[in-house]
Ligand binder design. Structure first.
Ligand code: HAM
Length: 437
């Protein structure tokens, strides 16, 4: 019989190994970001639609085609957040971000975009998001990117590519846009796709990012943004690059890419994306080398645009599903012990002891379960193995008589007997050895 209710297309349940992996990704992020002075912020998943229209830009695909919007009972338009930045800034403004103060905030959580679901692209997906508000310093850009790469490196990823660009500022971008518009206007209409024909007037930067082969050829000789940067933007960008290059074990290959414009309208100056390794995992996962696992940049006008003080800011978001695809399947989190306790008919002595022992070990920091039901030792060993237990502790009639506990190594199959008081030290030694490997 098929299930009566199914999850919504593009919305997935997370459980088992994937859920454990997400927890690991979040735990590692908390630990890494704390080293850089970031604090956690949790914002609501529903916001007024207008926040995203003003924040992300009403001409963007995200706002035009991808939002999940609804009317509340008073007829106000609300939307599920398609990204975190607008909500984080709204929260910072409400709390009163002051001039001269730097706020570093990270958040995790689900985002919603009505896109065509495929591998690494869902309608509900999760981001790890960081924002640094209140500073224009290129040191902040370099630190933020370094933190992102440190985090990804700490997860064991290498062979990453960092695409880096500067989009200029309010002073120099208009000059570039004028040159780009003129170039695009000179192209015969058949050289551009329907979307780009629309974009060339309204949002010409996005034409640079089009994936259509025809459009890519057409813009091959488009003016380069790098040649239009004002002095301030050029030296800001040079400093960011110099700082990134000065990090000795920087694990990403830095590729300057003047066509990196990103899909959200708020960016200025530094923009970047991190692409996964071209080899093995990404190929096997089907994610493809070109899918960004993270993206971000500066948005110096955005706080003011949302009603706050005219303060600069920058940030990034990592797509957790994409990151999970790149990391090898994480093994199910195993238990430290499983207690196989077997009583004679009508008795509970072995299980009573197991109950007390399990609690004793958990208090020492070991994870474990006990067998509630009576079964053969063989079937209890199978249960221990299914649970991924490292050791199976055995309590049967002979252990009750001797006062010792049987300890079966579930990896080697070897078995010894230990006094109850020595169990903690024994499990600890094995655990430390495992973590060192
Ligand atoms: P974004 O590039 O739109 O930037 O998204 C960041 C990351 O989220 C992407 O690189 C990708 O890994 C993941 N992502 C986006 N859409 C999906 C999807 N439909 N399914 C799965 N993963 C997805 C932002 O969202 C900006 N708010 C980042 C930022 C923060 N910029 C400054 N601060």
């Amino acid at each position: 019989m098929s299930a009566k209710y199914q999850s919504i297309k593009g919305f997935a349940d997370l459980f088992g190994a994937q859920s454990a992996l997400f927890t690991r990704l979040e735990d590692s992020a908390r630990a890494c970001f704390a080293l850089y002075g970031f604090a956690e912020l949790r914002t609501p998943i529903l916001e007024y639609t207008e926040l995203f229209q003003r924040g992300i830009g009403s001409e963007t695909d995200v706002v035009q085609k991808e939002m999940f919007s609804l009317l509340d009972r008073k007829g106000r338009s609300l939307s599920l957040r398609p990204e975190a930045t607008a909500g984080v800034l709204r929260a910072a403004i409400e709390r009163g971000l002051k001039e001269g103060e730097i706020q570093r905030l990270f958040s995790f959580g689900p985002m919603f975009r009505y896109e065509r679901p495929q591998k690494g692209r869902q309608r509900q997906f999760h981001q790890i998001n960081c924002e640094c508000l209140g500073t224009e310093s290129p040191f902040a850009d370099a630190e933020l990117i370094t933190m992102l790469l440190d985090y990804l490196g700490g997860l064991g990823l290498n062979g990453l590519t960092l695409r880096l660009n500067s989009l200029g500022c309010r002073a120099c971008r208009p000059g570039y846009l004028a040159a780009l518009r003129a170039y695009l206007a000179s192209l015969a209409p058949e050289r551009l796709c329907a979307d780009c024909l629309r974009r060339r007037e309204q949002n010409p930067l996005r034409v640079l990012d089009c994936k259509e082969e025809n459009c890519r050829e057409a813009i091959a000789h488009a003016p380069e943004l790098a040649n239009y940067l004002c002095e301030d933007c050029a030296s800001h960008f040079a400093k960011v690059r110099q700082l990134l290059e000065s990090v000795p074990e920087n694990l990403a290959q830095i590729v300057l890419d003047s066509r990196l414009v990103r899909g959200l309208d708020y960016y200025c100056r530094t923009t970047f994306e991190v692409l996964g390794p071209i080899s093995s995992a990404s190929a096997a996962s089907g994610l493809g080398a070109q899918s960004a696992i993270a993206g971000g940049g500066r948005y110096d006008g955005l706080l003011a645009q949302l009603g706050g003080a005219d303060l600069p800011g920058l940030g990034f978001a990592i797509g957790m599903e994409r990151l999970a695809l790149l990391l090898e399947e994480s093994p199910a989190p195993g238990l430290d012990f499983f207690i196989a306790a077997q009583d004679s008919a009508g008795e509970n002595k072995a299980r009573d002891l197991a109950f007390v022992l399990a609690r004793e070990l958990r208090k020492q920091g070991f994870s474990g379960e006990m067998a509630y039901q009576q079964a053969s030792f063989k079937s209890m060993f199978r249960q221990a193995s299914r649970l991924g237990a490292r050791y199976c502790l055995i309590i049967g009639s002979s252990e009750l008589a001797s006062g010792l506990i049987g300890v079966k190594d579930m990896v080697s199959g070897g078995q010894i007997e230990l006094a109850r008081e020595s169990l903690g030290a024994y499990l600890q030694k094995a655990k430390v050895g495992r973590e060192e490997n």
